[in-house]
Every structure is written in C-alpha cells, then in structure tokens.
Design a protein around this ligand. Structure first.
Ligand code: PGA
Length: 325
C-alpha cells in the first residue's frame, strides 16, 4: 500500500464517489485507460478487488468501502493542512462544505454571500436537504458544518445556537381566524393542517407540540417543501405551522396571515453543529466565528418587509430596531 501514490487514491476516491470510471476520468481530466491503469496498480497493491461490476453499474467491495473511508480521512487531513498553511501565510483559503436543513435556505445563502465577500479565497458548497438527510450526512462525516433547527438527541455532536427560529401559524389572508386574538391550540387542531414530509424538523416540532397538549391535529395533506405549503395555504387547502423565515423575500406575504395562537411563535433556535470528534478546518472555524454575529449581519441587510412591521428573518423585536429598515 505504501507504494501506492496519492494520484491512485485520488482516482479511486473519484470513482467511488461518482460511481463511474468515465465520470471520474472527466472530473480529473484524465483518459479512461489512465484511470483503469491507476486502479489496476492500486488493486494489485491492496491484493483484493476494490470494485465489482453488476450489469452496467459498479459497486465498492468490502475492501473498497474500507479504502474509501480511509481516503476521505487522508484527503480531509491534507485539505486541512493546506488551509492551515494558507492561514500561516495570512490568507484564508480553502473549501467550506456546508449542509443545511431545508428551512435554513431562507437565510444561509445570504450569510454565505457576505462571508465569501469577506474571504474571497474561500470556496463554498451548500447542500440543502431535510433534517433526516442532514443527520445522515453528519453521521457519514460528509461536510464541514451543519445547520439545523434542533441538534440530534443522543448523538455525540457539538452544537451551538446562533439565531432565533420562530415557528408561526400561517393561514390565508382572508381566514376568519386572522382577526382573532389569543386563539387556543385546540381550535387550531380543528382546522385542516398542512404538514411537512416525514423527516422534517419543522414537522417534528409541530407533532411534539400537539402531542404535549394531548391534541390530535386534522392533517389534510403532507407536502415536501415550505414553498408548496405556502402555495397550498394561499390556495385554501388549510393552515400550517412554518418557520417565520419561510416568509423572507416572499412576494406572496400579503396573501398569508400569521395567526395569533397562544404559545406561538414556538421559540426555536438555529444551531450549527458537527460530530464531536471532528477537527474543524481553519475555514470552518472562521465561519463559526462569523456565525456568532449572524443576527447583526442579517439586520444590516436592507429588508423589504419593513412595510409589514417586522422582518421574517429577525422577528418583531429585532426588526423594530432602526438598522433593520
Ligand atoms: P426542516 O428543518 O427544514 O427539515 O423542516 C427545519 C428545522 O429543524 O427547524
């Protein structure tokens, strides 16, 4: 193994990740015979087959899976070293791989925009999936940092809250409950409810709230995205509980009403998290420091919601401050 080159491992990693010799060759700007030759040499060094072909698809063998795991570690360490070396030269350079839950897409790209302006040498990739997928990615150590609405229970994870995430009850603007005050949750339980898909953190919070009060909501429909739910509310299919952040930049805001329900907004937080043992890269650590001031940065962005009295990204109290306008 020690005679295998880094290049061979790089070729192997690309094939394992992309599931194809051809795509790996394209990504690495190599010819296919070169790729095959590198893998042959690596296979000879290991002494076991690394891939198996079933029909047109290739799969990792057990040895291949082990080697893939080892490769990820090697390349992560090297990338971290490169970033540390750049840092020593006074440069913030490198890659930031971020995975965020669906609802974080309403603010994470804006924060990233400002971060990239401050650190032009940093390359960012952003994966957006629901809570379940993001937790899977964290378990497989696929990214540098994760943003989610609630850290996983029981897992060995480091998590810190950095921004409020208020959940509110939304109905179509003309809904009879839109003019009522102090509505009880038992009244909401009688309304047709639109719920996010299983695996969503928002859904989990809503289910827990109803269960904690011994109530059974009337689920009208499950939808796989916040945007689809908002459209369904406007379309009169029901009401829903969503993060107030889903109203950011929303042209349909005037068509939705936030109901005044007792116990709402549910005060959740946004957390950044990573597996407990993970060595954060220089770039990831810089981003973590930057996140400490996220509410301030978001406040400095001009907010076109001033006319409705609050900014969905910040909530009532924060958006009343003059700099939010
Ligand atoms: P979701 O997560 O987008 O998967 O619903 C949001 C949250 O956990 O608050």
């Amino acid at each position: 193994m020690r005679h295998s080159t880094l290049r061979q491992l790089e070729v192997f990693e690309a094939i394992a990740r992309l599931g194809s010799f051809t795509r790996a060759a394209e990504e690495l700007f190599l010819t296919q015979p070169t790729v095959s030759m590198q893998i042959k040499k690596l296979t000879d060094a290991v002494g076991l087959p690394l891939f198996e072909q079933v029909g047109k698809k290739i799969y990792l063998t057990d040895a291949g899976r082990e080697l893939h795991q080892a490769c990820r570690g090697i390349f992560e360490h090297l990338a971290n070293f490169e970033m540390a070396a750049a840092d020593m030269k006074g440069l913030k350079k490198g890659k930031l791989r971020l995975a965020v839950v669906t609802t974080a897409k309403y603010f994470a790209p804006r924060l990233l925009g400002m971060f990239c302006q401050a650190y032009p040498g940093v390359d960012v990739s952003l994966k957006v999936s629901n809570r379940e997928r993001v937790l899977e990615r964290m378990e497989n150590n696929q990214d540098d940092l994760y943003i989610l609405g609630q850290p996983p229970e029981g897992a060995d994870v480091v998590a810190h809250a950095f921004l409020e995430n208020p959940l509110v009850v939304l109905a179509p603007a003309g809904h009879p409950l839109a003019v009522e005050k102090g509505i009880g949750l038992q009244r909401i339980a009688k309304e047709p409810l639109l719920l996010r898909e299983p695996g969503s953190g928002t859904r989990l919070a809503v289910e827990r709230l109803f269960a904690s009060q011994g109530l059974q909501p009337k689920i009208r429909m499950e939808l796989g995205s916040n945007e689809a739910i908002k459209q369904a509310i406007v379309g009169g299919l029901g009401i829903s509980v969503l993060s107030r952040h889903t109203l950011a930049l929303d042209a349909a805001t005037g068509q939705l009403a936030e109901l005044d329900v007792v116990g709402f907004p549910i005060k959740r937080q946004w957390f950044y998290a990573h597996p407990a043992g993970k060595q954060l890269s220089v770039v990831a650590r810089t981003f973590v420091e930057y996140l400490q001031r996220a509410p301030e940065y978001l406040r400095d962005l001009s907010c076109h919601h001033a006319h409705i009295g609050y900014c969905p990204l910040l909530g009532e109290n924060e958006s009343m401050k003059p700099s939010a306008r």
